[in-house]
Design a protein around this ligand. Structure first.
Ligand SMILES: Cc1cc2nc3c(=O)[nH]c(=O)nc-3n(C[C@H](O)[C@H](O)[C@H](O)COP(=O)(O)OP(=O)(O)OC[C@H]3O[C@@H](n4cnc5c(N)ncnc54)[C@H](O)[C@@H]3O)c2cc1C
Length: 367
């Protein structure tokens, strides 16, 4: 019998493998597509932030920053002596209209309790900090400017975690698990991302297609943070000398991962140009689409032991934040499995029982 078997070698699978191998467990990871062509993590924007409503998400975001800054030290191996995730700590800037302002003031109370260090200004004052933004329709805005938020290259992050997990003894094998009953192990972890329902049909997590556009603009705004405009649902960030921008439109039951090109002219460009007037001169240079692992109950992660099994744990439903939550979730699962309880960040509110009992606990700040 195996000790720990993880189904799914995406970002959550490799992080769990790393923390469990570090804790001395014998870990095997089964991945159906080691090229990760349609997995969520390589198609993500790699953003990490602590600006959420719920305390657990704020704390997981804080730990992401702590972990990412220590990658060169923590994930170093003989084969990979200089691990990096190409971090860009330019911060996040979230913009709220009057309809979201009250909720954001509540979120700020939680930011304060969790010592998140976010700043809050009125929309009318925003030009003093971000001169390139048109403040029309913005009631309030929150941001960080002290390198506590930003983005990474998710593929490099995954590679560094995987190399370190292998170095610590984890084994990765190719295989498409059709049913968890095929596995003979003391502990099974389902880390199957948006495909979780194929293994655990009572978990309401489904693939939700999101399109990202790559654009260039004659004006380069250096030091631009990742901007989430909650008045339009648009988000964008620099990518080298270009920019990436996410469409606010998403689709369930998509047939394939062809980007929704029509969204660019209809939705994305007008919203970008409205908020950042120099973006009037944008040119589309590319794009792609990927699946969010969307928790249809409440857009929040589902993590912990499945009550219907003796030995099955799962982590899924990150709904646009699985890359940044991977370090915290890998550590939490390792604590739960090796000691029977969470030792650092208490994420009991994300338990499987919540979704089985339909007790929604929504996290509104999905970008
Ligand atoms: C456009 C876009 C932008 C995003 N932006 C961000 C962002 O800025 N920040 C952030 O934190 N997150 C972001 N995300 C979300 C993030 O990518 C996901 O939440 C995260 O990748 C989930 O990790 P995972 O390991 O659970 O799933 P995945 O990364 O999808 O990995 C799951 C793996 O399980 C394997 N698998 C599934 N079923 C089986 C099976 N039966 N047998 C064997 N293997 C199996 C799959 O092949 C896959 O490799 C974004 C996602 C998208 C699409």
């Amino acid at each position: 019998m195996d000790d720990v078997v993880i189904v799914g070698g995406g970002i959550i699978g490799v992080s769990s493998a790393y923390f469990l191998a570090k804790a001395g467990r014998k870990v095997k990871v089964i991945e159906k597509d080691p090229t990760y062509k349609t997995a969520s993590f390589p198609l993500s924007l790699g953003g990490f932030r602590r600006q959420f409503l719920q305390k657990e998400n704020i704390l997981l975001g804080k730990f992401a920053r702590e972990f990412i800054f220590q990658i060169p030290h923590l994930l170093k191996t003989k084969k990979n002596p200089n691990p990096t995730a190409s971090m860009v700590p330019n911060g996040y800037l979230l913009l709220f209209g009057p309809e979201h302002a009250e909720e954001q003031y509540k979120a700020l109370e939680n930011h304060k309790i969790c010592d998140a260090g976010t700043k809050n200004v009125k929309g009318s004052e925003l030009s003093n900090y971000f001169s390139y933004i048109n403040t029309k329709g913005i009631e309030t805005a929150t941001f960080t400017d002290n390198q506590t938020e930003g983005w990474i290259d998710p593929f490099l992050f995954h590679s560094a975690l995987k190399s370190k997990a292998v170095d610590l003894g984890a084994e990765f094998i190719k295989g498409n698990v059709k049913s968890l009953s095929e596995i003979n192990a003391k502990i099974i972890i389902s880390a199957a991302g948006c495909w979780t329902k194929e293994l655990l049909e009572d978990i309401p997590v489904e693939p939700q297609k999101h399109t990202v556009f790559r654009v260039k603009c004659p004006t380069h705004i250096s030091k631009m943070p990742l901007i989430g405009d909650l008045t339009t649902g648009i988000y964008c960030r620099p990518e080298g000398k270009e920019y990436l921008a996410g469409s606010p439109k998403s689709v369930f039951d998509a047939k394939d991962l062809e980007p929704a090109w029509e969204d660019f002219e209809e939705l994305v460009w007008p919203a970008l140009a409205l908020r950042i007037p120099v973006f009037e001169e944008l040119k589309l240079t590319g794009g792609w689409a990927g699946y969010y692992d969307c928790n249809r109950l409440d857009h929040n992660a589902v993590v912990g032991k499945h009550p219907k099994f003796d030995n099955v744990y799962l982590a899924t439903g990150f709904t646009g934040r699985g890359v940044m939550q991977a370090p915290g979730i890998g550590r939490a699962l390792s604590e739960l499995i090796t000691t029977g309880a969470y030792q650092t960040i208490d994420i009991s509110s994300m338990a499987v029982e919540r979704v089985l009992g339909q007790k929604a606990r929504p996290e509104p700040y999905v970008l």
